[in-house]
Design a binder for this molecule. Structure first.
Ligand SMILES: [Ca+2]
Length: 220
């Protein structure tokens, strides 16, 4: 009996190890986008931008959607409502851990850029990025906020010299205040400062290039 308990304990530790290391995967098929490999019963954020031409104008459709794993299989599915546009980039983020994965439809290669080292100034209350037009997402993972109050997802769209660019000028940079972020999941006011556990994701609405800030515990 003692031996049996030992075996169960070993299995439990192995499974726990797998759960800690698990990273999500994103796959696209027809009109569906799957985020697989999240904690069973957990939530994932699907963050995507799709470029399309409509009435001779190029548009960027943005998606920031929290998806719940209600059937406990560790996979959530988003239906785009039509074939997922070729020129699109999709990030799946496990909201328990902040781990992410990315995919684009077959035939389109999106480009990941390194997280800009100067993007978060010492005051930690804003971002400074060299983009003309972008969507930013801030995820405070559940694991990083055990109080169950502060975790959540916030997003903002910003454009150089315009919307949510607090430097107010067209200078090739945007300065985005955390206070301009809006909740995606009803979790209330945005954080006042970025913490090392937070994960930031940026998709450029023109080039579809994207960046993710470092893993929890790394220097942002
Ligand atoms: Ca600017």
């Amino acid at each position: 009996m003692r031996r049996l308990s030992f075996i169960f304990a070993s299995i439990a530790i192995t499974l726990w190890g797998l759960a800690v290391q698990a990273a999500p995967r994103v796959s696209i098929s027809g009109s569906e986008i799957d985020v697989e490999g999240i904690a069973p019963g957990g939530e994932a954020l699907l963050f995507g931008v799709a470029r399309a031409t409509e009435n001779y104008a190029i548009t960027a459709h943005r998606t920031t959607m929290v998806l719940e794993d209600s059937d406990l299989d560790g996979t959530v599915t988003f239906d785009y409502g039509g074939t997922v546009p070729l020129r699109s980039v999709w990030l799946g983020i496990d909201l328990a851990t902040g781990e992410h994965a990315e995919a684009s439809p077959v035939g389109f290669s999106s480009r990941e850029l390194p997280w800009p080292p100067q993007a978060i100034p010492a005051a930690l209350n804003r971002l400074e990025l060299d983009n003309a037009l972008l969507q930013v997402v801030l995820v405070r993972p559940r694991a990083a906020a055990p109080s169950n109050e502060a975790h959540g997802v916030w997003t903002v769209r910003t454009g150089d010299g315009g919307l949510a660019d607090s430097d107010g000028t067209q200078n090739g940079r945007v300065r985005v205040e955390l206070s301009d972020f809006k909740s995606v999941d009803g979790s209330g006011s945005p954080p006042k400062q970025v913490t090392p556990e937070d994960r930031l994701f940026v998709i450029d609405l023109l080039s579809l290039q994207w960046s993710a800030s470092g893993r929890p515990g790394e220097e942002p």
